[in-house]
Write a protein that binds this ligand. Structure first.
Ligand code: RB5
Length: 148
């Protein structure tokens, strides 16, 4: 599975941790689309870079990071086909996969410590979508909102 990872200047260090955690998974190929320095960048640009990898089919999933995770998750969710979940705990990360089939994980570099973030990423990567009928129905309704 290919995963695209991006961050703004508020989460450079967290991105390093995320990339290290991804290396634990032999079946995962990670692509880092930046940013690469502490110079200020705009999180919507990073969200777009990551999410377009997914909508184009180049990557299956993405991880987006900014200072709080809020702006970049909001931006990601503006892109058709994206279900970005801002997670600060393992339970939410699991549920975002099991119930919401999240294809993007968002976290905040100024909010979540490296240890918990690693656990969140591991949970998010290893939890499958439940495929439950009610969850499929709700996701279909959610995605239909893109056209409202
Ligand atoms: C950048 O300073 C900061 O606003 C950004 O990283 C993020 O927290 C926005 O939601």
């Amino acid at each position: 599975m290919k995963i695209c990872v991006g961050c703004d200047h508020g989460a450079i260090e967290l991105k390093k941790t995320v990339l290290e955690v991804l290396q634990e998974f032999p079946d995962i190929e990670a692509e880092d689309v930046g940013t690469y320095s502490g110079e200020s960048v705009d999180y919507p640009d990073i969200a777009q870079k990551v999410c377009e990898k997914i909508t184009s089919g180049e990557a299956e999933r993405g991880i987006v990071l900014c200072g709080t995770g809020i702006g970049i998750s909001m931006a990601a969710n503006k892109i058709k086909g994206i279900r970005a979940a801002l997670c600060g705990d393992v339970f939410s990360a699991r549920m975002s996969r099991e119930h919401n089939d999240a294809n993007v994980l968002a976290m905040g570099g100024r909010v979540t410590g490296f240890g918990p973030a690693g656990e969140i990423v591991r949970a998010w990567l290893t939890t499958p979508f439940s495929n439950g009928e009610r969850h499929i129905r709700r996701i279909k309704k959610m995605m239909a909102l893109e056209n409202k």
